[in-house]
Design a protein around this ligand. Structure first.
Ligand code: HEC
Length: 176
């Protein structure tokens, strides 16, 4: 399983750079400065389900499902800019577990100029939860404000994330 994922991951950057060369999307980009980070947290947690794989802290470690976390990227260390995040969220990373969240992706050629039937079996992009462009912009604002470039997760961040259930959820950080 892990072996397969690693192999798939090696192929992904090639596909992505191909994508940006032909225009990963021919669609106009939204205005990323209009995002609402607090609303974006809801998208991260509930609407988009990013937390399932990337963990509450976005580090690919914290959270509940060890299997998924072994493979998920550490978003705290990503070098992607808003446009790169947007493309990745919409189109996913084919050949990995990173799902796409644009409901029309791979039905038309908006992602990397490809449709589902262009992919070899096992390399096909995985469908994630779909949500609106506005929510993607909020989600990106959330990642920029609270996740990207933030180093190791802290107790304060954990409390901010979990609110009322922080006592239990963040107990493991108090021992550090
Ligand atoms: C089913 C598990 C899963 C879910 C759900 C998921 N991801 Fe991912 N994500 C991954 C994996 C695995 C990778 C690493 C793929 C690879 O090997 O390159 C990844 C990679 C990424 C990257 C690329 C990081 C980089 O620097 O290259 C971004 C950005 C990202 N995810 C954001 C999100 C967001 C935002 C959500 C929620 C809308 C989300 N992911 C939901 C599994 C998931």
């Amino acid at each position: 399983m892990l072996q397969v994922l690693k192999l798939a991951a090696v192929g992904a950057p090639t596909l992505l750079s191909l994508g940006s060369a032909v225009g990963a999307d021919n669609l106009p980009s939204p205005d990323f400065t209009q995002g609402d980070a607090e609303r974006g947290q809801q998208v991260y947690q509930r609407v988009g389900g990013c937390v399932t794989c990337h963990g509450w802290a976005g580090d690919g470690q914290s959270g509940r499902s060890p299997v998924a976390h072994a493979a998920a990227a550490n978003l705290r260390e990503t070098r992607l800019d808003p446009q790169g995040l947007y493309d990745t969220i919409r189109c996913g990373i084919p050949g990995t577990q990173m799902p796409y969240h644009d409901g029309a992706a791979y039905r038309d050629d908006r992602c990397f100029g490809m449709v589902m039937s262009d992919f070899a079996p096992g390399q096909q992009p995985v469908r994630g939860k779909t949500f609106r462009e506005r929510q993607m912009v909020d989600l990106i604002a959330y990642l920029q404000k609270y996740v990207i470039g933030h180093g190791r997760p802290t107790l304060d961040e954990c409390v901010q994330y979990f609110g009322k259930s922080a006592d239990k959820a963040c107990a493991y950080l108090k021992d550090n």
